[in-house]
Design a protein around this ligand. Structure first.
Ligand SMILES: [Zn+2]
Ligand SMILES: [Zn+2]
Length: 230
């Protein structure tokens, strides 16, 4: 798998100033990885060996299922299931006790259930992307401004950035973290207002054609996205 399809320029994502930039980066990586798996990866046995072992999480199976190429998905599933038969639920270990065999099988299953080829690629690319982002933040004043001008950070990615910013240079760490917190607080206040407005619209006094919903109509969806990234 070529590294270049997992390289997303930092500035390109931040210049959009639309939604959470980390969600935007993840969405783009996901799209590249899923398209690749459903297309070019068919020609690369190395990738198949890997996907046979890891499988995919529900979210990424769903994204693959919504692609047109269902044969690709079926072929991938075929060898993944065969791998399970051969290497997880096999009758190897002739001299082992039943107890130890069961334990080994359970351990292997636990690994597969928690594994996903696309999630792994995203995690790999994300670490590199963050290093570039922290470099930009340290070196460019314009980028620090651009960072502050983002629409918001979703809650899970706020946590990720706060955790990973531990490795940042001391000089910019606090400024970065304050910017992150401001982005969350500002959007949280906005969301809370919109959701409260939405609830108020169910009052009998607010029924009728010219009821003013303001920005509240999609506030449930926006609040869920803010809380869960999806
Ligand atoms: Zn996010
Ligand atoms: Zn996944």
């Amino acid at each position: 798998m070529r590294e270049s399809i997992l390289t997303i320029p930092v500035n390109e994502i931040f210049e959009k100033k639309c939604g959470c930039p980390v969600c935007a980066m993840r969405d783009e990586l996901e799209q590249h990885a899923v398209e690749y798996i459903m297309g070019a990866a068919m020609m690369e046995p190395d990738v198949r060996i890997e996907t046979n072992k890891t499988g995919f999480c529900k979210e990424h199976f769903e994204q693959m299922r919504s692609c047109k190429n269902r044969l690709s998905l079926a072929l991938m599933l075929q060898t993944h299931l065969q791998e399970l038969q051969k290497n997880v639920f096999n009758d190897k270990g002739f001299f082992e006790t039943k107890d130890s065999k069961n334990r080994k099988t359970t351990e292997r299953v636990a690994r597969i259930v928690n594994d996903c080829f696309v999630c792994n690629k995203i995690e790999w690319a994300f670490t590199r992307w963050l290093t570039n982002m922290f470099d930009l933040y340290r070196n460019e004043r314009e980028f620090r401004e651009l960072f502050r001008e983002q629409e918001y950070l979703c809650l899970p990615h706020y946590r990720t950035l706060m955790r990973r910013s531990e490795e940042m240079d001391k000089g910019y760490k606090n400024e970065f973290r304050e910017s992150c917190t401001e982005l969350v607080k500002g959007y949280l206040n906005e969301l809370e207002k919109d959701i409260s407005h939405y609830c108020k619209m169910y009052d009998y006094r607010n029924t009728g054609k010219d009821a003013d919903w303001g920005n509240s109509k999609d506030s449930i969806e926006r609040a869920i996205k803010f809380l869960t990234t999806r």
